[in-house]
Design a protein around this ligand. Sequence first.
Ligand SMILES: [Cu+2]
Length: 491
Amino acid sequence: MKNNHLSGIAATSIKKVFSAMVLLALPFFAIAQSASDVIQPPKEFSLANWDWEFISYCVLCVLLILIVARAFDIGSLTEKITGKKVVNWNSTNRWVAIIFLVASVAGIWYEMIYHGKYVMIGDSYSEHGETIDSMFNWTFGFTFVVFAITEGLLFYFMFKYRYRDGQKALYYFHNNKLELAWTIVPAIVLTFLVLRGFNTWSKITSEKPKDAQEIEVFAYQFGWKARYAGADNQFGQSHFTFISGKNPLGLAVQEHVDSLISDLKKDTALLNMQIASADDSAKAWKADFVKFNTGSNATAYPAVFKDLKTKMEDAESGSYVRQLKKDLRRKNTTITRINTLRKNDKVFNNTGNDDKITTEIVLVKGKSYTFNFRARDVIHSAWFPDFRGQMNVVPGMATWFSFVPNKTTEEARAEKNNKDFEFYLYCNKICGGAHYNMKIKITVVGSEAEYNTWLATQIPFVAPPAAPAPNEEGTDKKDSGIVKPNTVTIR
Ligand SMILES: [Cu+2]
């Protein structure tokens, strides 16, 4: 009987040790997995290539676990045999809990001091940012106090009211006063926090400030462009159908749209030709395939074989022509859309010609700005961490955000004691493979004069006709009348 019991205990402890070993091995599997992502040159099999240090650590860990498991087993076996308690688990656990609490607090403290600067957002550099920060601090303050009290009590109760033999827990059924207190107090605190947040957010986003300078911010996979109105202080109209390689923001500028239309017409002519000669193409591809598919070609050149086979099958099934017709319909729709827009004088009013498309944003300290967002492809999010601003940038939806920068880049550098510091606008929505790379520099200057100097260096979308050069000899230059469009191409 006793032997049976002991073998039962041995079986459970073997199970325990085995599960512990599996758990312990998991991180090593993870390390091996991540290491295999990097393609290593093939190594010859040799014991010298093995990482003996790493293997020794693994063996040591397994031994350690076995020893600890054994020690527990000996303890519990002794208890079973002698009937006396070797370890008082209720008493041990309360001390383990206190050690856990102290170690956690110390760990958080250490991390905040040594690594906090990498994750904590710095000071605010916009006027409304101070309200946002104060709101954050109030919320953090309230929740932190509640967290500290409840966690403290949790551990204190665990320590004080541990299980003791012969002691019975108090059965406490209901208390109206307590219920009222823990309903009303959080309700009041939350109402205060929510109303304050609602009020602040309304102030920041309900109305565009009337005195603000407007800047268009355009997002695409993967980058940003900014657009400043030109000398006429008016933004030119834009439309997504106008977007082309030379016209990344799709501005309604006659010559660009003309060249886009002519490209589209060339494409449709080609598509029509391909559709008309589809039967001949099908015959030619079939002949090609038959000619190729002899001997060992198919196995020797699998890519060529697959390509020819797909072409032939697509042509035979009619999917080739269907795709061509679909492309043609799409291009024709774009042409129709553009032509409808072209008839509209309000769209093509030349106000966009002097607009400046820039690859950085320059602002003047103390001035109010409204950023009007547009997206070309997918949803992005414009995030100005230092100015405490964020707004979704959605294709086909007009969104905006306003703020007043209250310190210059130079002042921020001095405060942070970092001469390389720059403000950036980031994308804060995972929008594709190179999302991490999506940022544009923001420079805050101290005076309007500095801003004007910068703006003067930025090229208008369409360069104005060059004024005839002053002629000292009194003879006309022959090529002075030619106007070349000066375009900003996408980077
Ligand atoms: Cu993005």
